[in-house]
Write a protein that binds this ligand. Structure first.
Ligand SMILES: [Zn+2]
Length: 58
């Protein structure tokens, strides 16, 4: 098991041994979904959320 930092809030993220690239992990602190880009070294990329904060124009 490894840990890395959330790119959004910098809290610790636990990476399970069985995790692989392209897997998704959730930051327990800010709830952001993060995609594992590479494992060596661990690089996380926040998923692009659609209409999370932007209001849809009707
Ligand atoms: Zn976070």
């Amino acid at each position: 098991m490894q840990t890395t930092q959330c790119p959004v809030c910098s809290s610790d993220i636990i990476i399970e041994e069985e995790s692989s690239e392209k897997d998704l992990v959730n930051c327990l602190n800010c709830g952001t979904e993060l995609e594992i880009v590479t494992l060596h070294p661990i690089l996380l990329s926040p998923l692009q959320e659609e209409s999370e904060k932007e209001s849809d124009n009707d």
